[in-house]
Design a protein around this ligand. Structure first.
Ligand code: KG4
Ligand code: ZN
Length: 334
């Protein structure tokens, strides 16, 4: 069978990225230009700065990707691009650049949902087995998705308020840790003890999550202790927060696997880099004979390689967009 090469573009937040992926599973070249240092100065992503930086970087990233792969656009079968969800100004830059390439070289344009990309990052490790449960945990999402087969997504639950990464970043801020706080809270949590009395977030029979309550509880602890002139043990507070959050995520994920009678779990999104989540899931999956797939760390956060992997399956299913495709800040995964 002839090989299929997808040129993929991702610019939904603060990473400008392009990649070339062969047959949905083999990374030929990936370039990621992160803006994290710039946004860290402001304690979070500034959308206006993000889109301007994407404009400055996008052509450089495209050229670098082709050069790294030793290929030209003529070798490419289709152009896949994240059309949403994300920051609208950021999405538009990648989308317009991808459309321009598709138009100029007469290549099919394949729209990819950002979360489909995160899930398919796992296909770059080993071929995904179906049916599966996908746990999507990122700065913008916390979702449990049932996939019967390739590119079929049934959302079985998700966060009712903050995404888990968002809660990590907010808790980090109140602890005076730099942006993005998730990795730092994770690091601190591994040095502390679970001593703070924090609530278990939405410990019910649904597959939904809610992290605003525990986030407020952490903020209250910090403020109350400060008022009493007491020192906070940041390590212990990070441990207590992480144990509560990851505990409930793992509990609901394992229940979903059982109730949906599936033996395959894939984890996706920036928070899948979390060490405690990886430890707990590994333990539980061994115990319950579940085939666990975790993306390598470079594929956990935003990158175009994952968009190229998802884009391959979308392309094979004939999901081709017209050149009037628009970016969507919010859009359902389907
Ligand atoms: O998937 P991603 O790169 O961007 C979105 O699509 O949202 O995820 C970024 C999020 C940030 O909130 C960051 O703090 C969080 O992932 N994150 C972590 C860890 N590494 C990244 N959260 C907890 N523990 C980590 N080790
Ligand atoms: Zn993401």
């Amino acid at each position: 069978m002839r090989d299929t090469y997808i040129f993929a573009v991702e610019s939904s937040c603060d990473e400008t990225s392009a990649a070339i992926i062969k047959n949905g599973c083999e990374e030929i070249a990936t370039v990621v230009l992160t803006q994290i240092d710039i946004h860290a100065l402001y304690g979070g992503v500034v959308p206006e700065i993000a889109s301007r930086k994407h404009i400055e970087n996008i052509t450089i990233v495209f050229e670098e990707t082709l050069k790294k792969a030793g290929l030209t656009v003529d070798d490419i079968d289709a152009i896949a691009v994240t059309y949403g969800p994300g920051l609208i100004g950021s999405l538009l830059v990648g989308l317009e650049a991808a459309k321009t390439l598709a138009f100029a070289y007469n290549k099919p344009l394949v729209p990819v949902h950002h979360i489909a990309g995160h899930i398919y990052a796992n296909n770059l490790e080993k071929s995904m087995q179906f049916p599966l449960i996908a746990l999507v945990v990122s700065g913008g999402h916390t979702e449990l998705i049932y996939m019967k087969e390739d590119y079929s997504f049934e959302r079985i639950g998700g966060t009712l308020d903050d995404a888990v990464g968002e809660a990590y970043d907010k808790v980090a801020r109140v602890m005076n840790l730099n942006y993005p706080g998730g990795p730092l809270v994770d690091e601190y949590a591994h040095k502390g003890k679970d001593t703070y009395d924090l609530p278990i977030p939405l410990n019910d029979n649904t597959y939904n999550f809610s992290f605003s309550g525990i986030k407020s509880a952490v903020i209250n602890v910090v403020h109350n202790e400060k008022q009493k002139g007491k020192e906070i043990n940041t390590y212990d507070l990070a441990t207590s927060f992480q144990e509560r959050v990851m505990g409930i995520i793992v509990k609901k994920t394992m229940r979903a696997l059982k109730e949906y009678n599936t033996e395959n779990l894939v984890v996706a999104g920036g928070v899948s880099a979390n060490k405690r989540l990886r430890e707990l899931l590994t333990e539980e999956c061994i115990k319950n004979h579940i085939n666990l797939s975790l993306p390598r760390l470079a594929y956990c956060t935003d990158n175009a390689a994952m968009i190229g992997a998802a884009g391959y399956y979308a392309y094979k299913l004939g999901r081709i967009a017209d050149l009037d495709l628009n970016a969507k800040a919010n859009t359902e995964l389907k």
